[in-house]
Ligand binder design. Structure first.
Ligand SMILES: Cc1cc2nc3c(=O)[nH]c(=O)nc-3n(C[C@H](O)[C@H](O)[C@H](O)COP(=O)(O)OP(=O)(O)OC[C@H]3O[C@@H](n4cnc5c(N)ncnc54)[C@H](O)[C@@H]3O)c2cc1C
Length: 506
C-alpha cells in the first residue's frame, strides 16, 4: 500500500556531471572547498548544474534544503576526500542513501551542507563462504532482496518499500518478518565506514566494536558506511499471507476488537508478523500479516481462537506465498526491482510515530480515544486533501526477536521493549503553507489521542517538529548518553550533523 507510487514511473537518467565552472561560484568558502574536491577528482554537482535540482530533491517534498554541493562518488577515495575537505573547510556532511528520510535528513536539515550521494555504491553480492550479503552503502531494499534471492535464495529481514535505502538499517529497519528474524540493523555483522577524519575503517564486534555499536542504530551521526556485511538466512518459501477487514464498527467496538487482538499478540509466536491498518474512512480497519515457515493448518490453529472472539470480518484473504511474493504483496508493487541510479520519485507528507512499551499494554479507554479521533477527524482530513493512514505494527509479544534486551549491548537502537509501533501519516495532495500546517495539526492530534508519558518514537519515522532534546529521548531513551560519549570520541567536531543527530558529550 505504501509503496505503490514509488515503483510505477520510469527512471530519469542523471544528467552527466558537468565540469566545475568556478566563475559561477558565489563565495570564497565554496570556491576553496570546491578546489579541494576538484584536486581529488571528486565528481561534484553544483547549484548551477542541470542535475542539481533533481539530486537535491528529497523524497518528501514537504521539506526543502539546498546543499552547498553534492558529490557523486564512484570510489572510496572520493568519499574520503569529500569528508576531509569538508572537515578542513568546516562544512557539514551527510550521506544520501535512498533519500527516503521522513525529515529529508540526508540533506542535512538546513542549507549549505555537502551531500554525498551514494547511489553508485549499489552492489549486492552473496558470499558463499561467509554467508554474508556484502551490500554497498547506496543500495535499495528491493534490489537487495531480489539479488540475494537470485544469487543464493537467501534473505535479510527489512521494510516493505523497495526504494528505501541504507539509512534504513543504519537506524533500525522493521519489516513484516522482523518478529521472526529481527530488525535489519540486527543483521549487520560488520561494516566498512568513512569516519569524520576521512579514514576508511572496519567496524566489527572485535575491532572498533564501540563504533559498530553506534553505527547500528545511529549510523548517520558516525560516518558514511560504504559497505555493509549482513548475516543472511535461507529464504522461507512457505509463508501464510493473511488479511481480515472489519468495517461498520463503532469506535468503541473497534477499540474492543483491537484490545482482543492485543491480548492475542502478547503471546503470539515470533514467526507471526501482524499489523493493524486504518485509513481515510474512519474506524474501518484491516488486520494483516504473514506467518513464516508455516502451513495453512498451523495458521488455522493459531488464528481460529482469535477470530472466534472478533466481530465478523467484512472480507478476508488467506493464501500461501514464497519469500519474494510475500515481499511484493506487502510492497503493494508488481516487482521489487527499482532503479539503482537516477531514482526520481517524490511525494509530500507529514508523519509521526508512537512506540508503546510491552509493560504497558494499551487500554480500552486509550484505544477508544484513538478510534474516536479516526471516526471524527479522519474523514474531515481526507476531505481537505489530506489522505491519511495509520499502521500499527506488532514488534513485541511472545518470543519476538526484536524485544531481546541483550541486543541493547549490541546495537544502539533505542527500543527493545516495544509492543506496538504506530505510524501516523498524512499525504499532502496540494502542498501549500496552509495544507502543510493542517497536516501537522491533524497528525499531532492523532498522536495525542493515544500517547501516554513513557511512550517513545521510532527514529526511522523521523518527525522534524521534535526538538533535538525531545527526539533524543523519544528515539533513543537510555542509549543516548552512551551515544553522546561515542560522538565525542569519533566526531567531536560534528562533521556529520543534522538537527536530530547525536551531539557530543561536553
Ligand atoms: C515509502 C516509505 C516506506 C517505508 N517503509 C518502512 C518500513 O517498512 N519499515 C521501516 O522501518 N521504515 C520504513 N521507512 C522509513 C525508512 O526506513 C527511513 O526513512 C530510512 O532512514 C530511509 O533511508 P534512505 O537511505 O532511503 O534515506 P536517506 O534520506 O537517504 O537517509 C536517511 C538517513 O540515513 C543516512 N544514510 C543513508 N545512507 C547512509 C550510509 N550509507 N551511511 C551512513 N548514513 C547513511 C542519511 O544521511 C540520513 O541521515 C519507509 C519510508 C518511506 C518513505
Amino acid at each position: 500500500m505504501l509503496c505503490n507510487a514509488l515503483v510505477a514511473l520510469l527512471p530519469l537518467l542523471l544528467q552527466p556531471v558537468s565540469a566545475v565552472p568556478l566563475e559561477n561560484l558565489h563565495t570564497r568558502q565554496q570556491s576553496t572547498f570546491v578546489d579541494c574536491l576538484s584536486k581529488g577528482d571528486v565528481p561534484i554537482v553544483l547549484a548551477s548544474d542541470t542535475s542539481f535540482s533533481q539530486l537535491s530533491s528529497p523524497y518528501n517534498r514537504r521539506l526543502k534544503y539546498t546543499p552547498l554541493t553534492i558529490t557523486l562518488p564512484t570510489t572510496i577515495l572520493h568519499i574520503s576526500t569529500t569528508v576531509k575537505c569538508a572537515s578542513q573547510f568546516k562544512i557539514r556532511v551527510n550521506a544520501r542513501g535512498g533519500g527516503h528520510s521522513y525529515s529529508a535528513q540526508a540533506l542535512g536539515g538546513e542549507d549549505g551542507h555537502v551531500v554525498v550521494d551514494m547511489q553508485n555504491f549499489h552492489d549486492v553480492v552473496y558470499n558463499q563462504s561467509t554467508t554474508y550479503a556484502e551490500v554497498g552503502g547506496g543500495a535499495r531494499l528491493g534490489n537487495i532482496a531480489q539479488k540475494l534471492y537470485d544469487q543464493a535464495k537467501r534473505a535479510i529481514p527489512h521494510g516493505t518499500c523497495p526504494a528505501v535505502g541504507m539509512g534504513h538499517p543504519s537506524l533500525g529497519g522493521f519489516g513484516i518478518s522482523s518478529r521472526n528474524w529481527g530488525l535489519m540493523v540486527d543483521s549487520i555483522a560488520k561494516v566498512e565506514v568513512i569516519t569524520a577524519d576521512g579514514r576508511l575503517r572496519l567496524a566489527k564486534p572485535t575491532y572498533n566494536g564501540d563504533l559498530l555499536w553506534a553505527l547500528r542504530g545511529a549510523g548517520p551521526s558516525f560516518g558514511i558506511i560504504t559497505k555493509f556485511y549482513f548475516n543472511t538466512v535461507p529464504a522461507t518459501e512457505s509463508i501464510v499471507n493473511y488479511s481480515y477487514s472489519f468495517s461498520g464498527l463503532s469506535a468503541s467496538n473497534a477499540a474492543a476488537a483491537f484490545i482482543t487482538i492485543q491480548k492475542f499478540a502478547l503471546t503470539a509466536p515470533k514467526e507471526l508478523g501482524l499489523g493493524v491498518s486504518l485509513w481515510g474512512s474512519g474506524t474501518n480497519f484491516e488486520m494483516s500479516g504473514a506467518y513464516y515457515g508455516k502451513t495453512m493448518d498451523d495458521f488455522t490453529s493459531l488464528f481460529q481462537p482469535l477470530l472466534s472472539q472478533l466481530p465478523q470480518p467484512s472480507s478476508s484473504t488467506v493464501n500461501m506465498k514464497g519469500w519474494i511474493d510475500t515481499l511484493i504483496r506487502f510492497a503493494g508493487a508488481s516487482t521489487l526491482s527499482v532503479p539503482e541510479t537516477g531514482y526520481n520519485e517524490h511525494t509530500a507528507f507529514f508523519a509521526k510515530s508512537l512506540v508503546t512499551p510491552q509493560g504497558s499494554p494499551l487500554t480500552l479507554e486509550q484505544m477508544t480515544s484513538f478510534f474516536n479521533y479516526a471516526a471524527t477527524k479522519g474523514p474531515e482530513a481526507s476531505n481537505q486533501g489530506l489522505p491519511w493512514f495509520v499502521i500499527i505494527n506488532l514488534y513485541g509479544g511472545g518470543n519476538s526477536a526484536i524485544t531481546n534486551t541483550a541486543l541493547l549491548e549490541q546495537t544502539s537502537y533505542g527500543h527493545r521493549d516495544t509492543l506496538w509501533n504506530f505510524q501516523l501519516y498524512a499525504t499532502i495532495n496540494n502542498l501549500s503553507p496552509a495544507s502543510n500546517a493542517s497536516s501537522i495539526t491533524f497528525v499531532d492530534g492523532f498522536d495525542r489521542s493515544v500517547r501516554r508519558s513513557g511512550d517513545g518514537a521510532y527514529v526511522n519515522y523521523a518527525d522534524p517538529t521534535l526538538s533535538p532534546d525531545e527526539s533524543h529521548t523519544l528515539y533513543y531513551g537510555e542509549q543516548y548518553a552512551k551515544l553522546s560519549q561515542l560522538k565525542k570520541k569519533w566526531d567531536k567536531n560534528q562533521v556529520f550533523w543534522y538537527p536530530q543527530g547525536i551531539y557530543p558529550a561536553p
